[in-house]
Design a protein around this ligand. Structure first.
Ligand SMILES: *Cc1c(COP(=O)(O)O)cnc(C)c1O
Length: 423
């Protein structure tokens, strides 16, 4: 059975009592430890670590990382604005986006770095800012991710410019006198380390081809073990051959390339949890009968299990402290509170359509259930407001172990405040 990662049972109960459930909880000490590990990534000629802010965009998280020297990776013009409003200097933000923002010119003048992610984006950049410097995101032709939906490289991925179109990149850049000074690749979340290393080598081949490039950004995607049977990527291990490849390039060409990485998951996944309450327990009969725990949260807080069968540790925290009770276990299907059959936390390991009962501490209605490994792609990526459930509160546990509210629970009126009644 899985265990709590940074909370104690008592602290989970205290936070639930003070802030209500469901509630996201982040742990500052874990965030800082993860940042230190990322900053220790092997590198030959300097390193910039960017936090992929889409994974957990609360300004407090951004500011903690800013104060440790991290820069930001934004995925839309809105994320750029949000980071700036949250106190991140514009020249520490890099934008790699599927949608070229309408206000791009303004963002560029602020000093935001840009990676053109399609030939059309490069053309538009060149038209707006001829003779300026720009980065280019390539699709290296290989991808890797936990699932088909988290894979963002290869012929079935729309992210970045296909590596064989480098000629066209050169032609567009020449037409507008744009200097390509950065190359960017990011192949997926939860990548296979061997594939990641191979892509790093392929990216260096692109660096050779573009002589003005001074920075190579290898993206994120470092796998983190949420469940005990999973394995985390060892950044030290995958970084060493990459460092050597940078050194080889320098020996052969004299070019000392600066390295950037931009992890999201690695920095936040296991530094966040969701505390929910078990609000009902139901059973079905017959030979395939099951026992269900119904939470007061679900896809409105965490979409990953429904979306890609992601496995998150689920820990029952009994209300009473009787040790004998805590030792008993049962098999449960755990479901969320939405009127949606896909609102399930115990999806099959490789198949979001399948259900897989979990052995958990025997639970009673009113007990807490903590969803672990929920720091990345949960608060920022949920089926928010479905069934008109309000957005959950967020809490940050400081190094003093005191829990601070960092986002209030939404009020009902806020859900429909922009509706215009015309009937
Ligand atoms: C999402 C994303 C990342 C972060 O991916 P993780 O798997 O969370 O590390 C980094 N770079 C880009 C361009 C991304 O889109």
């Amino acid at each position: 059975m899985e265990a709590l990662k940074f909370l104690s049972s008592q602290q989970a109960k205290d936070i639930a009592a003070e802030f209500g459930t469901p509630v996201y909880v982040y742990d500052r000490a874990s965030l800082e430890a993860n940042a230190s590990a990322a900053l220790a990534f092997p590198n030959a000629f300097g390193l910039t670590v960017r936090f992929a802010m889409k994974s957990c965009p609360n300004a407090n998280i951004l500011r903690i990382f800013r104060d440790l020297g991290l820069h930001m990776d934004a995925s839309s013009g809105y994320e750029v604005q949000r980071a700036i409003l949250g106190g991140i200097p514009a020249d520490r933000i890099s934008l790699s986006t599927q949608e070229f923002p309408e206000d791009f010119a303004e963002l560029h003048r602020f000093g935001v770095r840009f990676n053109a992610c399609s030939l059309d984006q490069l053309r538009r950049f060149g038209q707006l800012f001829p003779s300026n410097r720009c980065g280019v995101r390539f699709n290296p032709g290989l991808g890797s991710g936990g699932t088909g939906k988290t894979n963002v490289g290869g012929p079935h991925s729309s992210f970045g410019i296909w590596h064989e179109w480098a000629d066209q990149v050169e032609a567009i850049a020449a037409e507008h006198k744009v200097e390509i000074t950065r190359i960017h690749t990011h192949i997926g979340s939860g990548s296979d380390p061997a594939v990641w290393e191979k892509v790093a080598q392929m990216s260096l081949d692109l660096v050779r081809r573009f002589p003005q490039v001074t920075t190579l950004n290898l993206g994120g995607g470092y796998k983190v073990a949420r469940m005990t049977e999973e394995r985390s990527t060892d950044l030290k291990k995958i970084g060493i051959p990459v460092k050597q490849a940078f050194e080889t390039l320098a020996e052969e060409t004299g070019r000392k390339i600066h390295l950037e990485i931009e992890p999201g998951t690695f920095l936040v996944a296991n530094a966040g949890a969701i505390i929910t309450s078990i609000q009902d327990i139901v059973t079905t009969g017959g030979s395939e009968g099951a026992k269900f725990l119904k939470l007061d949260g679900g896809m409105t807080e965490i979409l990953r299990p429904s979306l890609y069968a992601a496995q998150h540790p689920l820990i029952v925290v009994p209300k009473s402290n009787q040790a004998s009770e805590a030792e008993q276990t049962e098999n449960y299907l755990v479901v969320g509170h939405c009127c949606e059959s896909g609102d399930i936390l115990t999806t099959g390991k490789d198949d979001p359509e399948a259900l897989q009962p979990r052995t958990l501490t025997t639970a009673k209605s009113g007990d807490l259930l903590v969803i672990e490994g929920a720091g990345a792609y949960c608060a920022g990526m949920s089926a928010k407001n479905y069934n008109s459930f309000p957005e959950a509160a967020e809490v940050l546990v400081g190094k003093d172990r005191i829990a601070h509210l960092i986002r209030k629970r939404q009020k009902l009126e806020q859900i429909f405040q922009n509706e215009v009644t015309v009937v």
